[in-house]
Write a protein of this length. Structure first.
Length: 239
């Protein structure tokens, strides 16, 4: 049985983090497999830390806000130090559905892939939240440039519901993109000849807050993520 860790980066998630954690604990009670959880409290200024403390939720408190890349890398460092076989990035805002965890990690368990991405766009029969029309256009543009760079089509380029195996845990614990981490880390993994597979999942609309990719930042985001994809290099390959 593989040792699986759920990494939850959390910044000001006081309204949703407890519900998210309880959904995973409920899954552990009912599901065929058990997963561990670590919440990376990314310098939250609300009551996130108090909720984590009061409910004995395993967590690491960062002294300052590092952003999604730094928070997730902290989780990968924790996974590497504690010898986990699989690490799963999982949002604290209620978007991700823990019931898909087994299908998400299946390619890693069977050593068919090194990274599995939970994708909203490869099964049109799934009816979950697909993001805004504007952002879907942006995702398609980023997907085009990732394929241009790596020759591999990735449909859900910004999905934060992702699983990686022990080799990538080690690699990402050492170096991980702080900006645009999902599309850039995927690109670097593909350039380093890691196998990446997308798994169909449904997602929920976020229960609070908003994405870091929004309104006036859209053009800035698109230009920078495309440039980062174009100039991406191979990561640290660990055999």
């Amino acid at each position: 049985m593989k040792k699986v860790l759920i990494v939850i980066p959390a910044y000001n998630e006081e309204k949703s983090i407890l519900t998210t954690y309880k959904s995973i604990m409920d899954y552990n009670k009912k599901g065929k497999m058990k997963v561990d959880v670590i919440v990376i409290n990314d310098g939250s200024s609300d009551n996130t830390e108090k909720i984590l403390d009061d409910n004995n939720i395993p967590h690491v408190n960062l002294l300052t806000n590092l952003g999604i890349g730094g928070a997730v890398q902290t989780g990968y460092k924790y996974a590497y130090i504690n010898d986990y076989d699989i690490a799963v990035q999982f949002d604290g805002d209620g978007q991700h559905d823990i019931s898909y965890i087994e299908s998400l990690i299946e390619p890693l368990v069977n050593e068919r892939a090194d990274m599995a991405i939970g994708s909203r766009f490869i099964n049109k029969n799934l009816t979950g939240f697909k993001s805004s029309a504007t952002r879907r256009i942006g995702i398609k543009i980023v997907s085009f440039f990732i394929k241009l760079k790596t020759r591999k089509k990735i449909y859900d380029t910004t999905s934060g519901y992702r699983a990686i195996n022990k080799k990538l845990i080690k690699s990402f614990s050492k170096a991980y993109p702080l900006e645009y981490p999902e599309p850039i880390s995927t690109t670097e993994a593909l350039l380093s000849k890691y196998k990446v597979e997308e798994i169909p999942v449904e997602m929920n609309e976020r229960k609070q807050g908003r994405s870091s990719i929004h309104t006036w930042k859209n053009a800035y985001y698109m230009i920078n993520v495309i440039l980062n994809v174009i100039f991406a290099k191979k990561g640290d390959r660990n055999e």
